[in-house]
Design a protein around this ligand. Sequence first.
Ligand code: UDP
Ligand code: MG
Length: 140
Amino acid sequence: MANTLGIVKPDGVRRKLVGKIISRIENDGLIIRGLKVLKLSKTEAQKFYAVHEGKPFFNSLIEFMTSGPIVVMVIGGHGAIERWRDLMGATDPAKAKYNTIRREFATSVEKNVVHGSDGPETAKTEIAFFFKENEILPKE
Ligand code: UDP
Ligand code: MG
């Protein structure tokens, strides 16, 4: 059993895609173990995306991620990290497989509707960034 961090980004919330995205997660057999809605400050967004600091898209990404509320989720299940990345699709929607969230809903490489942790270590630190231990349902 694994946990991963999922985010519905500001474009997804603005476009009322939260329900559709959660449906896809649940239909895949994954479990929502934690859930909240919040708005990132600039400092928080810069910290969350620190790995991308200095890249050409960084400033624009921070502007975008702080442009409105987001929904953060702890998504659990066997192979949850890879399964959530598979449901999301490739970063660039033009390269994402059919039936993935990004292929269907993303409008650009930047405005790609969802985030997912890329491995066990990032899943751990990204979940801890948003959730206290007692805000996450225990694994069964
Ligand atoms: N991004 C962007 N331009 C790029 C690459 C990434 O605007 O050329 C944005 C996009 O929103 C992406 C986020 O930065 O989801 C983080 O990039 P990463 O390479 O980690 O992609 P992800 O893990 O989200 O698929
Ligand atoms: Mg990433």
